[in-house]
Design a binder for this molecule. Sequence first.
Ligand code: 13P
Ligand code: SF4
Length: 308
Amino acid sequence: MEDLRRRIGELKERKRAVILAHNYQLPEVQEVADFVGDSLELARASSKVEAELIVFAGVDFMAETAYLLNPGKRVVIPDPEAGCPMASQLPAGLVREARARHPGAAVVLYVNTLAEAKAESDVACTSANAPQIVNALEEETVLFGPDRNLAWFVQRRTGKRVIPLPDYGYCYVHRLFSPADILALKERYPDAEVLVHPECDPEVQELATHICSTSQMLRRARASPSRRFIVVTEVGMTYRLKKENPEKEFIPALPTAVCQQMKKHTLEKVYLALRDERYPVRVPEGIAERARRTIERMLELSGKAAHD
Ligand code: 13P
Ligand code: SF4
């Protein structure tokens, strides 16, 4: 491990590369990263990268976002199988059909989508800024996909008519949390704040003290006077929470809530990605231009807020 870390450091310097990693990455991958964040922070970081080579340790739609925001730079993903299954639930054809059925509606897509679907949308959003983006639009009706739980959250926060697209989109990890499990934890730790990711079912969101993106969880844990938190998201999140708040306690609501795709990037694969510049991330031209606009529009609309 130590040897790999050293070699990664040398290669990064020699190749003028950066490593960007999502909050769910394995601890050893987070440790070699230049930047760790949620989807919105990673998109923002990607838009400011000066390095020529970006190694992206996250799922493929995040790496695609980095590619779209950095024309001309090399973006590689350590394991090409790291795809978010939720993204595949919304092919571009479904977006086109829904738009034809609801001609006056805006189409807002979660960044957890295929580039081909983004290309058919008006604007992208992440879990950190979804209500803010929807509120910034003139339209009162919004087609929102692919996560129906996030759509429910947006509907509640904005009061607009939010139509989930498709009506069955979900994340298999966040669907594992049950209200009964959260209630049992709340009973056991009555002093704890409950931090819930908006990809969880509505019945679970209703038990939250705060509904947060992964980085909003970090900000809340830092700012809160509470000493204890029940963390209702992918289990990898507790590593960074604990590292940055060693005096506080973080209880993962379900230790088996693991995103297998996020965990595909081992330290060795990160090293090989840097060494061999594999595996290159690309979005076909034709799709890329339209998909890029939706991410840039999101960054413009949410750029004004200091902390989304
Ligand atoms: P965040 O943007 O909150 O990090 O969420 C990304 C994700 O894939 C959650 O499952
Ligand atoms: Fe996709 Fe869920 Fe994994 Fe996030 S946790 S990358 S939404 S499968």
